[in-house]
Design a protein. Structure first.
Length: 461
């Protein structure tokens, strides 16, 4: 009876997700990205080199990377690292494999599209978040005081806090447990280890989380990308063929002869965009929660950091995973999920592959635990503020729940949790995008004024 109820619940959640994440949501996400890209006159694409120079490669910023941030604040590089910690989880490894399995190679193209236009959405939401940070920080500031929807701001915070226990916690430790099982480590031990590490960091508060992310994320990202590049170079002769396959599958060309153009195209687009949102979180507003903790009063500066984050996360890291799978032919091996990624790396790195993939998955998962805790704590504090109650006890209870979730995620079946996470993501996405679109004029003015001031003399448009 218990299994029947659980299966029924999973089916209901899946049907809701199929309904909510249908054409309407795709049009909203895709349309918002295109709209802002056009309104920004392509700033997020045309000036991508300038964006990286003004953020990651700015001399002044580099000298501040290791500086201690002011009391109660974190540095801009720590904010980037924390945002990447939240987004660069198992979605960059297992999520990409799932996208290829479900949507075919064409899903990779739509992940690129999601990220490319998502940079404009990420830019807009972080510009607005910085402008309205005095009203509580994160998307809640502009949803409540900019768009004038305080109740939706509380609902957004509640959805994000709940999502942090699922998408940012249980799903990550579940993947961590699966990776550790390759070395015959039981889920029980994996769960205990994950919970202990989680507790050791999160009970130190948001600044300790940001500090841990700053030290961990850059190293593990470079480690993973370096391994992927080795495989890509070894199978480089297959790149033209794979690119052709990706683009043909993306527009359904290869399915026309079989008479399944509509279904195949819809699947590729839906899965690609959905996994793209899951990966880079553009449009969900989650990265705003950490970028507004820097104390930076320059909206465009924080918006550009968000663009850099999306490029690193999806256009670089997710693409690396996708190419390892497709170039090596691992997608046709019959393996799924983590096993598919491992098979791809095994064909390039040999017997080192299981350790490499498992280590990357474990560290990415732990990083995501840290990043989403930061989001969740901020949302819990906002909810407490909205109802004018003390937040110290609420935060303590949240930390206990978060630590417990890390353990249970490693030892339980999570079909319903994945589905619930997608539902919560949808609520966050819709509330955030509605508000960002309502306030689009403010974001556009900020970006276009900056473009004129920086590039006006050189006649850049």
């Amino acid at each position: 009876m218990h299994e029947t109820v659980y299966d029924t619940t999973c089916n209901i959640i899946n049907k809701l997700n199929d309904l909510l994440w249908g054409f309407g949501t795709i049009a909203l996400v895709f349309g918002t990205g295109i709209y802002f890209t056009l309104r920004f006159k392509g700033f997020n694409i045309i000036h991508i080199v300038h964006i990286f120079k003004a953020t990651l490669f700015e001399k002044k910023q580099r000298s501040q990377h290791s500086d201690k941030s002011s009391k109660g604040r974190i540095s801009q590089f720590q904010a980037l690292s924390t945002a990447l910690a939240a987004s660069m989880g198992t979605g960059n490894i297992i999520g990409v494999a799932a996208a290829v399995s479900m949507g075919g190679p064409g899903a990779v193209f739509w992940m690129w599209v999601s990220a490319l236009f998502g940079t404009a959405t990420g830019l807009a939401e972080n510009v607005l978040g910085t402008k309205y940070q005095r009203f509580g920080g994160g998307p809640m500031g502009y949803v409540s005081h900019g768009a004038g929807m305080p109740r939706l701001a509380v609902l957004y915070a509640a959805a994000c806090a709940a999502a942090s226990l699922g998408i940012g916690n249980m799903t990550q430790t579940n993947a961590l447990s699966a990776a550790m099982s390759e070395f015959h480590i039981s889920p029980l031990l994996s769960g205990l280890a994950a919970a202990l590490v989680c507790a050791a960091v999160i009970f130190g508060g948001g600044k300790k989380v940001a500090s841990a992310a700053e030290k961990t994320v850059p190293a593990v990202s470079l480690f993973y990308i370096a391994g992927a590049v080795c495989v890509i170079v070894l199978f480089g002769k297959n790149i033209p063929q794979v690119l052709k396959l990706i683009f043909e599958s993306a527009i359904g060309y290869s399915q026309i002869a079989g008479g399944i153009f509509g279904a195949a195209l819809k699947k590729a687009v839906t899965v690609g965009l959905r996994r793209g949102v899951f990966s880079n979180e553009a449009g969900m507003g989650s990265s705003v929660l950490v970028h507004t903790e820097t104390g930076c009063t320059e909206p465009l500066k924080m918006g550009m950091w968000a663009v850099a984050e999306i490029v690193i996360d999806t256009l670089i890291c997710c693409t690396a995973t996708a190419f390892v799978i497709l170039l090596t032919g691992a997608d046709a091996s019959g393996a799924e999920g983590l096993a598919m990624v491992t098979e791809g790396f095994r064909r390039g790195l040999g017997n080192f592959a299981p350790f490499f993939v498992s280590a990357s998955t474990v560290i990415f998962a732990v990083c995501t635990l840290f990043g989403w805790y930061f989001y969740g704590e901020k949302c819990v504090c906002y909810i407490c503020g909205a109802f004018r109650i003390g937040n110290s006890k609420a935060v303590f209870i949240y930390r206990i729940l978060y630590t417990a979730a890390a353990f249970f995620g490693a030892v339980t079946e999570l079909s319903a949790v994945w589905g619930a996470a997608d539902l919560l993501n949808w609520f966050m996405l819709v509330i955030n995008l509605m508000s960002v679109l309502l306030l689009s004029g403010e974001a556009v003015k900020c970006v276009n004024d900056y473009t004129k001031s920086i590039f006006g003399k050189n006649n850049h448009r």
